[in-house]
Structures are given as C-alpha cells and as structure tokens.
Write a protein that binds this ligand. Structure first.
Ligand SMILES: O=C(O)CCC(=O)C(=O)O
Ligand SMILES: [Fe+2]
Length: 306
C-alpha cells in the first residue's frame, strides 16, 4: 500500500506557491498541511547573478560525486551510503555561507527567512542552527536520488521516527538557474511528513517535481519525503543552493566553527554569527543565552564579537 493510503486523502498534485514576503503565519499553515511549498522571488535576478558569479569558479573546479572523493576510496558503511546518496554526476560545494556575500547577507541574514524558519520550528532555542549550506549541481545523465527524509539519522534515537513531535529540520532549496523537471527538479511527496509510518519510503511514481524559476525556493519540512530528480537533458546543469536549519542540539553536516575564523565572522550579520555557532543561545532566543559559554562567559563576549 502506498504511504498516502495511511493518511486522509491523496497528496496534493502540485506544490502551493506563495511570494517571498507572504505572512509567516500563512507560510506556516501551508507547511503544516503539505510539508513544503515554493516561495517565489526570494532573490532578485541581480542577486542570483551575483551569487552565481561568486560560486561559478568554485563549483566548476570540483569533481562530480561523493563530495569530491572517489567512490573507490570509500572506507566505511556510512561513506558507502553517502556515495549512493550523493550521486556520481552531482557536484556539492559546502560552506557556501562564506563563498558569497550576497547569499550570506541577502539570504541567510534575511529577517523574512528567519521568521519563516522560526514559525515552522517553534522553540528551536530562539535561534536555529545552520545544518547545511551547500550547492547541489546535478549534471546531465545523473539518475534520481533515493527518496528520503532529511536528518532521518536522528529520528530513531530521538524517538521521532513518525509524524508526531516537532519539525526539527527545515530545508530551503534556492534555485540558481531555472529548474525544470527534465533537469532534475526535486521530487517531493506533499503530505508525507504526516504519515504514521516513516519506514515507508514510497516510490518515485508517487512524487511530483518542484519546478522553480531562478531565485525561487522550495521550502520544506525535513520530514517530507523527497529526493533530487534525474537529469535527462543533454547539456543543462541543475544548480540549487540548499540551506538547512535545525535545532542546535542536532549535529549539522558541516563543521562551521572549523571553517571560518572569529575574525572573519566579526563582519557577518548577528543572525548569521548565531546560526554558525558563534553566539550563545537561550531557549527564548534572547542574548546572552545560558548555553554555549566559555568559563561562564557568553561565547560572543569571550570572542570579542560585540
Ligand atoms: O538535490 C535535490 O534536489 C535534493 C537533495 C537532497 O534532498 C539532499 O541532498 O538531501
Ligand atoms: Fe534531502
């Protein structure tokens, strides 16, 4: 039986679209119902152009697949899983928060985005952490990624391998080119964040493509089933910039504090300093917080960031 047989009604056959800037309550309602939506016009064409200009040389210098390492060098089960998950013709450029000032200030630092994230992840100790900031560029000939739920490694130990409990991870797939189905638009199953049984990974024929214009983003709850699509074009690369946020107690995919110095971080927006782990946190969101201190001194003060 397909997953949606376990929920009330069939899933939506198209993703809902709202303009970036729509009230957070409206975005939150759509997210609660469908698990994801498209926000249009998140970046202007000029901003998209600038972010691409910042990233182009870095992305084109990368080898495809498995974060740059050869599948033959895989040494552990987890690396083997990762190789399958990452694809053989997909380039990943991590740590994008520091690669592009336009992305950092215009996107990560955006109050509107921050409002959406805290609406769908209420109580994330006031300020969610950055979990991933990575370009995912799918080259022609890549096959579809397996359907999965982001952060599923954390479900079982936290007792969250089901629809109940909080949304602890959200993802924003920001299109840096127009993304069509043929280029590998992300495949999604709206409503699957509400299924009772998360061991059900359904099948590709139950998915719909999240097509995007450059500057739009797919915003989704990590519990919604999804996966990168196959790129069946001959020559068009599908580039999105994935930005995921999580509860701070979840270990992110990228080791932020070791990829940037406090000196560099000093010039970043406070919101970005916080999501990278350079500021103390409290469960209410105000600073200084009780958590993330050095000899009882809030981290930001001990680093001289204020
Ligand atoms: O590339 C995509 O469209 C989705 C990628 C994804 O879901 C992931 O890497 O977790
Ligand atoms: Fe994913």
């Amino acid at each position: 039986m397909n997953g949606w047989g376990k929920t009330a009604g069939a899933p939506a056959r198209a993703l809902q679209r709202l303009p970036f800037g729509a009230p957070a309550s409206e975005v939150g309602e759509v997210m609660a119902r469908h698990g994801g939506l498209v926000l249009t016009g998140v970046l202007t064409p000029d901003q998209v152009h600038q972010v691409n200009a910042d990233l182009d040389p870095l992305v084109s210098a990368l080898p495809p697949g498995n974060f740059g390492s050869e599948v033959s060098s895989v040494t552990s089960r987890s690396e083997a899983d990762e190789a399958a998950y990452s694809g053989s013709r997909t380039r990943h450029l991590q740590h994008c928060y520091k690669r592009s000032r336009t992305y950092r200030e215009g996107f990560l630092g955006s109050e509107v985005l921050g409002g959406y994230v805290s609406t769908v992840m209420p109580g994330a100790m006031g300020a969610p952490s950055l979990y991933a900031s990575v370009v995912i560029e799918i080259a022609p000939g890549e096959s579809a990624q397996g359907l999965h739920r982001d952060g599923e490694a954390f479900f079982a130990p936290l007792g969250l391998n089901h629809a109940g409990g909080p949304c602890y991870l959200v993802n924003c797939l920001l299109a840096l080119v127009d993304v069509t189905e043929e280029m590998g638009a992300t495949r999604v199953i709206p409503g699957s964040h509400l299924w009772e049984d998360f061991s059900d990974f359904s099948s590709q024929d139950q998915t719909i493509p999240a097509t995007l214009k450059a500057g739009d983003m797919l915003f989704y709850n990590g519990k919604m089933l999804h996966g990168g699509g196959a790129n069946t074009t001959r020559d068009r690369h599908r580039r999105v910039l994935a930005t995921a946020f999580s509860f701070p107690f979840i270990m992110g995919e990228e080791a932020w504090p070791f990829t940037v110095s406090p000196e560099e971080v000093r010039g970043y927006p406070r919101r970005v300093q916080s999501m990278l782990g350079f500021r103390s946190k409290s469960h209410h969101g105000e600073e200084p917080g009780f958590f993330w201190r050095v000899d009882t001194c809030p981290l930001e003060r001990s680093l001289g960031l204020d």
